[in-house]
Design a protein around this ligand. Structure first.
Ligand code: SF4
Length: 346
């Protein structure tokens, strides 16, 4: 298929059937940047609410640059992949302090900012400044590989290099923002993991469809062997609140508030032993149901214990803080810990 045919088909389809009412569909680079970062790993329907709340609190890059990490985490809590938020804060400070609040206009300059990869940078400059740059995220890779019948895993290095070249060669000279939005929309809503070929504008020229291989392309990625870890989480609570501990700047969930945790699957006796010297009067200890949480490289099995303590609690371990129940929604914490607390205090 000629590049012109590809881009014209996509632009026409986006106009008629794409998503044209998203709150970040403006040229403001700040809004574009925030939305692109939120949309990494997270679906549009989930992002909208977070984006609107975020924009009410941090309407400009200056307001973001002045935020504390704790407050920023309150607005990111539940979206996961928290390094995205920390990198945004660092980038906002660079833009405000080193660039007088002026946003870069070129892709390569955006890529110098923490947490901004080629595809994100390309989307921001294409939407905000009309730069002729292409995106290539997982969805776009899948679309191109199916239409052009490229039978390979999408994370293969050589294939990725080829796909960037292919995507660049397809860029149109007109309607660039609509074309880029079309790539995003087609991959998310039509040529999704389960393709809807009957409503696809490329159904007549798609190689994967012609060969009836739409469900096989891309080929499966080479498997990462995912290891497993087990941690015991201590939920010290009374009717007033519970004890949270700020995680260190190393390892997972860094900088977020979580429950105090210990490596391994502890017995009740070992939990009691751990709590010696915590300066709390324990009323009872209850083992709660264990559950898994998947990180990209390992699976964590959470073993929670609910430890009912007296009302005059004065626990002061390092980095701990007694948090009242009504304050919990405002604390930035990892999603599995939040859902554990919500279930427990419901
Ligand atoms: S015809 Fe099917 S497989 Fe091909 S691009 Fe469209 S949705 Fe994807």
């Amino acid at each position: 298929m000629l590049p012109e045919e590809f881009s014209n088909t996509l632009i026409k389809w986006q106009k008629e059937s794409g998503r044209n009412n998203l709150p970040w569909q403006v040229t403001d680079p700040y809004k574009r940047w925030v939305s692109e970062i939120m949309l990494q790993q997270t679906q549009v329907a989930t992002v909208i609410e977070y984006y609107e709340r975020f924009m009410r609190r941090f309407p400009t890059v200056q307001s973001l640059a002045q935020a504390s990490e704790d407050e920023l985490m309150q607005y990111w809590s539940g979206l996961g992949y928290y390094s995205r938020a920390r990198n945004m804060l660092r980038s906002a400070k660079i833009i405000v302090q080193d660039n007088q609040g002026v946003f870069p206009q070129k892709r390569l300059d955006w890529e110098k900012l923490p947490g901004v990869g080629r595809s994100t940078a390309a989307a921001v400059v294409a939407f905000s400044f009309g730069e002729k740059e292409t995106i290539l995220d997982g969805n776009v890779k899948r679309v191109l590989m199916r239409i052009y019948g490229i039978e390979a895993p999408s994370d293969d290095k050589e294939v990725t290099k080829h796909l960037w070249e292919l995507a660049e060669s397809l860029l149109p000279d007109h309607d660039l923002p609509r074309y880029i939005q079309g790539l995003m929309d087609l991959g998310a809503t039509v040529c999704a993991r389960k393709p809807k070929c009957d409503v696809c504008p490329f159904a007549n020229c798609c190689e994967a469809k012609r060969q009836e291989k739409q469900n096989e392309i891309p080929l499966p990625k080479k498997r990462l062997s995912r290891s497993q870890k087990e941690w015991t989480f201590l939920l010290l609570w009374n009717d007033d609140g519970c004890l949270l501990q700020k995680r260190s700047e190393q390892g997972v969930w860094r900088g977020l508030y979580s429950l105090p945790s210990v490596d391994g699957d502890l017995s009740e006796e070992e939990v009691m032993e751990t709590l010696k010297g915590w300066n709390v009067k324990i009323r009872n200890v209850q083992r709660l149901e264990s559950f898994p949480h998947d990180f990209s490289h390992f699976r964590l099995i959470l073993h929670p214990f609910a430890i009912h303590v007296s009302d005059d609690v004065t626990a002061t371990k390092a980095n701990t803080r007694w948090v009242r129940l009504k304050e919990l929604p405002d604390i930035g914490m990892p999603a599995p810990i939040r859902s554990l607390l919500e279930r427990f205090f419901a």
